[in-house]
Ligand binder design. Structure first.
Ligand code: ADP
Length: 301
């Protein structure tokens, strides 16, 4: 098959692994810099151009779209979809995952366990919002943040009020969430392919930190998921409509809950922690599922 990876650089670990895994399985692999793809959207025959020539003959596209280029990246994926190229994850599903409010609302609508969460933009009564989510300590998150940036732990209601007021002044969208203290700075990344969790790892924050992101010095270890956690993670990916997803769950005293669903989960941490060939499994999924004009978006809009 002829497979495109949309990525800013072939030097990125995940991109490199997907390239290797595809080549190893006999596919013609191309890395396309997402921002360098340009599109003809005016004619009856949609087209994508790259470095002066028209892209043709692709069977599948693997979007690895960074959060900072979501809007343009999604337009490129949509254009591939219009050409009938099979996307590993569909544009609609990636769009849902990137919008944290929308993703949490979709999950909540389907009854997936979530931390008690409030959304706000410009409220008059900050104390009321704090009360709504059960009071301090609580976590305030900027919606645009990734890799733990813009995630603040407010230990007292006074601290929470100051942080919320500051975010409000900035005109930022944010959410306020119950702090799952009992997780002890750990969360679990579940790597979902198709309808199964194929690998998982526990990430634990370094001392003095509550955010477990590996980019913030967190460490990874093996973890055994309960059957409920497995099905919850697979279900969360399915609700968002993602074929491949990194579902982050956290163990709270009222059971495990979903923190976030990622549409471009990194491979480095999970492959290193589990010694599994996740890149190979992704390529295998494409082999089994790719067909012209076939998409698997489950759910709507
Ligand atoms: P990002 O998308 O920026 O990584 P997250 O919402 O995943 O933001 O938060 C980063 C980290 O902070 C999580 O991996 C988790 O370890 C910790 N965390 C986030 N929300 C909570 C919470 N409600 N209670 C306890 N820890 C949390």
């Amino acid at each position: 098959m002829k497979i495109a990876i949309l990525s800013r650089s072939r030097e990125i670990f995940s991109t490199r692994r997907l390239l290797e895994a595809g080549a190893q399985r006999g596919h013609e692999m191309h890395v396309l810099d997402t921002l360098k793809c340009y599109m003809d959207v005016s004619s009856l025959r949609p087209a994508i151009h790259y470095r002066g020539s028209q892209l043709e003959g692709f069977d599948a596209v693997i979007p690895r779209i960074g959060a900072s280029i979501t809007v343009y990246g999604l337009a490129v994926v949509r254009q591939f979809e219009m050409l009938g190229v099979f996307p590993l994850n569909e544009s609609v599903a990636i769009g849902r995952a990137r919008d944290k409010l929308r993703a949490l609302q979709l999950l909540s609508r389907k009854g997936v366990g979530l931390p008690t969460t409030g959304f706000a933009h410009d409220i008059d009564d900050t104390q009321h919002l704090i009360k709504l989510v059960g009071g301090a300590p609580l976590v305030v998150k900027l919606l645009e943040g990734t890799q733990g940036r813009g995630v603040v732990l407010a230990e007292t209601s006074q601290a929470a009020e100051s942080v919320i007021d500051a975010f409000r002044e900035l005109g930022a969208n944010f959410l306020v969430q119950e702090f799952i203290k009992e997780a002890g700075g750990s969360d679990i990344r579940c790597f979902v392919i198709g309808d199964k969790v194929v690998a998982s790892m526990m990430r634990t924050a370094k001392a003095g930190e509550f955010r477990s992101n590996l980019h913030r010095g967190g460490s990874a270890s093996l973890v055994k998921l309960t059957p409920e956690e497995r099905s919850m993670a697979a279900r969360a990916a399915k609700i968002i409509g993602l074929n491949v997803a990194g579902v982050d769950i956290i163990r709270s005293k009222h059971g495990s809950v979903v923190l976030e669903v990622n549409s471009s989960p990194g491979l480095q941490g999970i492959e290193t922690a589990t010694s599994k060939d996740i890149a190979g499994m992704i390529i295998e999924f494409i082999e089994k599922n790719a067909a012209p004009h076939k998409t698997r978006t489950r759910g709507k809009g």
